[in-house]
Design a protein around this ligand. Sequence first.
Ligand code: BT5
Length: 246
Amino acid sequence: MTGAPVIEVVEETGSTNADLLTRLGRGECVPEGYWLRARSQTGGRGRLGRKWESPTGNLFCSTVIALRDGDPPAHSLSFVAGLAVFDTLRRSLFTTTKVELKWPNDALVHGAKIAGILLERVGDHVVAGIGINVCTAPEIPGRKTTTITYENGKHGGNVSLVLSILVDELAKRLRHWREFGLIATLDAWTAAAHPIGTMLTVTIDGDEAVTGSFVGLDETGALLLRLANGAVRTIHAGDVSMISEG
Ligand code: BT5
């Protein structure tokens, strides 16, 4: 059983993910339901060694998932976290604002990145780190970014409230993943993602670029792309950019 959530807030740290990985790595008990939030992060991390811009006023937090016998594969927690972020944004933005998940786990509003997720594993624990742009959109060359307050016409800048929604939604999505299995989570993710037929370009290993239309996910969560020659390619890892909706 998972206890009631506990949220610890610190003024500043390098990276909330790094902090939880260190604690777990030295054998400290960090129970599921524990969340670490930093008001400011000096070394926010993205995937593959990239940087997460962490201006004060945004949400930076990490939590731990303790893997259990019978859980779906750990990598699929990326979809669980993506859906929790999606639900959080849905509850934090005007109902008319369209939120879209982008494989593997970006959250976009009108094509601009509003949140990012970083999953890192140590033994039988996964640290899920989530950054949500609440008040400040960093300027990043070649990339559109946005925030909850920008999309809401300056409303909704309460970081604690956004976190309390996220804590609730992650617990719900985690329960659903454990009770109903991976396929149910993948179906929910597909419904929240770019529509079938969206033209995507995927960069694999930093150099190979593959373009095709989004067919869906396979039963493991890999991305299925229909190429120009009609063949369907299965992609297990890569960075996606969207070209258009087909
Ligand atoms: C991510 O990586 O999107 C994962 C971000 C996870 C951040 C959280 S914050 C709490 C926890 N502690 C950490 O240290 N990390 C986690 P990726 O898919 O690799 O995207 C990184 C790319 O997004 C960068 O290379 C930029 O192009 C862009 N980016 C960086 N900061 C951004 C921001 N605040 N908003 C939108 N885009 C950003």
